[in-house]
Write a protein that binds this ligand. Sequence first.
Ligand code: SF4
Ligand code: SF4
Ligand code: FES
Length: 206
Amino acid sequence: MGDRDITVNINGKDITVPATMSAIQAVWHAGHPRVHGVGCLEGVCGACKVFVRRAGRSIITTELGCQTMVEDGMQIIFLVFPTPNHHTYQLDDFKNSWDTQAQFHQIFPEAAHCRHCGGCTKSCPVEIDVEHGVNLATEGKFREAGELFLECVMCGLCLTSCPEEITPNHVGLFCRRITAYFHIRPSNLINRLEEIRKGEYRIVEG
Ligand code: SF4
Ligand code: SF4
Ligand code: FES
């Protein structure tokens, strides 16, 4: 055991690892091949959700395993759960923005039942005010709600916390999509796409 080695408990097993590692690196270092719950390793894909309890503390936090540095006495449990997929819609079915709020409530009827318990916000590893985002969406403030969810990594931790089975991350994605759908894109983007369509813009490698 080196000077900077520490002991952590991951998924019920004590392992001794250097203190400079993330939870995922620690698992690999200990010789446990881990495939499920691992993706980008950059805090972007949301695949590596974990429960964390730090030594001497009673609270459990929800974090991303690739962004959580191990600490002596830390307990970590990797969470793997399927993402529910019961909200289906086609943006082409939205004929004008006036009907969007009514259609939102048809697609996400449970969103109006938010109990304001704050569980989703507490569980979010990237510190989004999730509850507020859901409530903005139910009020039809889709642009504001979409902006709140810009940093969402779709880890799904918020939906596991929700007693009303609301899927806040799907609500956030809807808000971002519908906002983009009814807004004119930036002119430089439109012009560049037109250049590509006409074959006037080419990527030169070398
Ligand atoms: S809003 Fe939900 S899905 Fe998005 S990062 Fe936060 S907890 Fe994860
Ligand atoms: S966990 Fe569900 S019920 Fe609680 S505040 Fe978040 S969306 Fe509302
Ligand atoms: S592996 Fe992608 S967020 Fe951690």
